[in-house]
Design a protein around this ligand. Structure first.
Ligand SMILES: [Zn+2]
Length: 127
């Protein structure tokens, strides 16, 4: 073993940010990590896309350690491994996709984001 077992995950952005379309990360608590990213935290790139009003989809996962994450990042070309970009994505270091994975979309929730320029009435009263 090389460190704790966790989950490597691939996030597919709802639109590209410059040359970036994906983020690959590793966590011991996937749901907690995704909610951190959905609020624009946890990684520099996730902060930047949050501020740009871009949402993301959890596109792929596999069990592994930080070493697995490193191997996946080293193989590069996330597009070829992303089921949202490619009809028949390669497995590579990801391994076969789990049967129960349904891609899940996380819309951008930045208060200043383009879809959120109208304040909810119950929030407007508090400012
Ligand atoms: Zn993709």
């Amino acid at each position: 073993m090389t460190g704790p077992l966790g989950v490597v995950y691939l996030l597919h952005f709802s639109q590209p940010y410059q040359h970036a379309r994906h983020y690959t990360g590793w966590t011991e608590d996937l749901l907690d990590r995704l909610s951190t990213h959905a609020s624009g935290q946890g990684a520099r790139l996730m902060t930047v896309i949050y501020q740009a009003g871009i949402g993301f989809t959890l596109a792929r996962t596999c069990e592994g350690t930080r070493r697995t994450e490193r191997a996946i990042k080293n193989q590069g070309g996330a597009v070829r491994y992303c089921p949202l970009c490619t009809l028949r994505p390669w497995d590579g270091c990801w391994g076969p996709p789990p049967a129960d994975l349904v891609p899940r979309y996380y819309p951008n929730r930045a208060p200043e984001g383009p879809q959120h320029c109208i304040l909810m009435p119950q929030l407007a009263g508090r400012r």
